[in-house]
Design a protein. Structure first.
Length: 396
C-alpha cells in the first residue's frame, strides 16, 4: 500500500521537544514495518522550516532513520497572511461551507500538493497527523484519509486560556472526524468519544517505545517531572505542584528533578524551576531516568500525557498521577503499576508513603516494566496499524 504521510511543522523524532514529534516518528516506523511504502509530505512555515533544518543539522542520524523508513520526503514551505481579509474569508467559509471548505481553500498550496502527490505517487491512502492536515486532506477525491487525532483542540484552547469551549470549533473538529475514512487516537477516552460520534472505523493505538535495558534502580528515590513548559498540562501542573505540594515534603530541592525546556513558562515559573535540579531538555533519557524514582503527573485534566506515560513505564518509574490526568490509559491500575490520587492535595502524602514503603515501590516499578512490555512495545502494536490500513483499503 502506498501511503502519503502528512506532517506539519515539527521534526519527526523522539528527540525533539514535544509529544507530537514522538508520535510522528513512532507511526512512521510502524507503517514501514507493516509493509507500507511511505511518501512523506512535510509542510512548514519559514520559521518552522528553519528550526527543522537546524534540528537535523545537529542530529543527522535522525534523518538517516527517516530516510530508511520512507520512499521519499517532499518539503513544502507555505506562508499564510493572517490579516483581516484572511480572517474574514475564513469566517465566511466556516459559516457557509464547513471546515473542509475553509481549510483546503485557505491552505490552497498545501491542498494542491497533496492532490498532486496523490496522483503522481499512486497513493492508496493518506495518513494525516493532526487536525489541520486532516481537514485539508479530506477534500482530495477518491483517496481514503486516516486522521491521526492528537487532541480535541477546542478543549485544549479552553484549558489554556481559561475560557469556555468554542462551540463552532468543536463542530469543525467533529466534522473532520466524520469526513475521514478512519480516525486513530492515542487516548482511549478520545477514541471512545469519536466512536460515539458514529465514526465506526476509529482505533485506539497508544504510543510505543523500545524496551529499556540496564536501568539503574534508585535505592533512594528522587521525584521526577518530565515535559516542556509549552505544554499546558506540564506548565500548569508543575507550577501547582511547586506552589501547593512541595513545601509539605520537607525535602532538599535537589530531590526534585525537572526535565524539559522552559519555553512557554513565565519568568517567575522559570526562576522557580531553576532553583530545583533542572536538567533542561535531555535527548538521551537513559542517562537520567532511574527505575524506582517517583514520576509525578500533577495535572487534573485528561490531556497532555499520552506520550509520557508509556515512556515512564518503560523505565520502571513509579508513576504518581492525579487520576483524571491519565484516564486515557485503561492499562493503568492503581497500586499495581502506578499510584493514583483523586486530587493534587493528596499527592504530598502519597510521595512520602511511597518513599517509606520500599516493598510497594519495588512492586510497582517491576509491574510497570512488565505491563509496558505487554501493552506499549513497538512490535506488539503492529497488528493495530494493520487493522487500520485494512479497514480503509479497497478490499476492506
Amino acid at each position: 500500500m502506498n501511503c502519503l504521510y502528512i506532517v506539519p511543522d515539527d521534526p519527526i523524532s523522539r528527540n525533539y521537544s514535544g509529544g507530537g514529534s514522538t508520535i510522528y516518528y513512532d507511526q512512521l516506523l510502524a507503517l514501514n514495518r507493516i509493509g507500507c511504502k511511505v511518501t512523506i509530505l512535510h509542510y512548514a512555515s519559514q520559521k518552522k522550516r528553519s528550526e527543522f533544518i537546524e534540528f537535523y543539522k545537529n542530529n543527522p542520524s535522525e534523518m538517516d532513520v527517516i530516510r530508511r523508513n520512507s520512499e521519499e520526503i517532499v518539503y513544502l514551505n507555505y506562508s499564510i497572511n493572517k490579516n483581516i481579509a484572511f480572517k474574514l474569508r475564513n469566517k465566511v467559509f466556516s459559516l457557509t461551507g464547513g471546515m473542509r471548505s475553509a481549510m483546503h481553500l485557505t491552505y490552497l498550496p498545501v491542498f494542491k500538493e497533496i492532490e498532486k502527490l496523490s496522483k503522481s505517487r499512486n497513493i492508496d491512502f493518506i495518513w494525516a497527523q493532526h487536525f489541520l492536515p486532516a481537514s485539508i486532506a479530506v477534500n482530495v477525491k477518491n483517496v481514503p484519509v486516516v486522521y491521526m487525532h492528537h487532541d480535541w483542540i477546542y478543549r485544549i484552547k479552553a484549558l489554556k486560556s481559561n475560557t469556555p469551549e468554542d462551540a463552532i470549533h468543536k463542530a469543525r473538529e467533529i466534522d473532520v472526524c466524520k469526513f475521514s475514512s478512519a480516525v486513530v487516537s492515542g487516548s482511549y477516552t478520545e477514541f471512545t468519544d469519536i466512536y460515539k460520534l458514529g465514526v465506526l472505523k476509529s482505533f485506539y493505538i497508544p504510543s510505543a517505545y523500545p524496551i529499556q535495558t540496564n536501568i539503574q534502580y534508585a535505592e533512594i528515590p528522587d521525584i521526577v517531572h518530565l515535559g516542556g513548559m509549552n505544554t499546558t498540562a506540564n506548565r500548569i501542573g508543575l507550577d501547582n505542584f511547586i506552589n501547593k505540594v512541595w513545601g509539605s515534603l520537607n525535602l532538599p530541592k535537589d530531590r526534585l528533578k525537572i526535565i524539559g525546556n522552559l519555553d512557554g513558562a513565565s519568568n517567575t515559573l522559570s526562576e522557580s524551576i531553576k532553583s530545583f535540579s533542572w536538567l533542561g531538555f535531555v535527548s538521551d533519557l537513559s542517562k537520567v531516568m532511574r527505575k524506582g524514582d517517583i514520576h509525578i503527573v500533577p495535572w487534573h485534566e485528561n490531556t497532555g500525557t499520552r506520550t509520557r506515560v508509556p515512556l515512564v513505564l518503560s523505565y520502571g518509574q513509579v508513576l504518581l498521577a492525579v487520576a483524571a490526568s491519565v484516564r486515557c490509559f485503561p492499562e493503568l491500575k492503581n497500586r499495581h503499576n502506578c499510584i493514583l490520587v483523586s486530587t493534587l492535595d493528596e499527592m504530598g502524602d502519597a510521595i512520602l508513603n511511597i518513599m517509606k514503603d520500599g516493598e510497594l515501590r519495588r512492586k510497582i516499578s517491576d509491574n510497570a516494566i512488565e505491563d509496558f512490555k505487554k501493552y506499549f512495545v513497538e512490535e506488539g502494536l503492529e497488528i493495530r496499524y494493520s487493522s487500520v490500513v485494512e479497514s480503509i483499503s479497497k478490499k476492506g
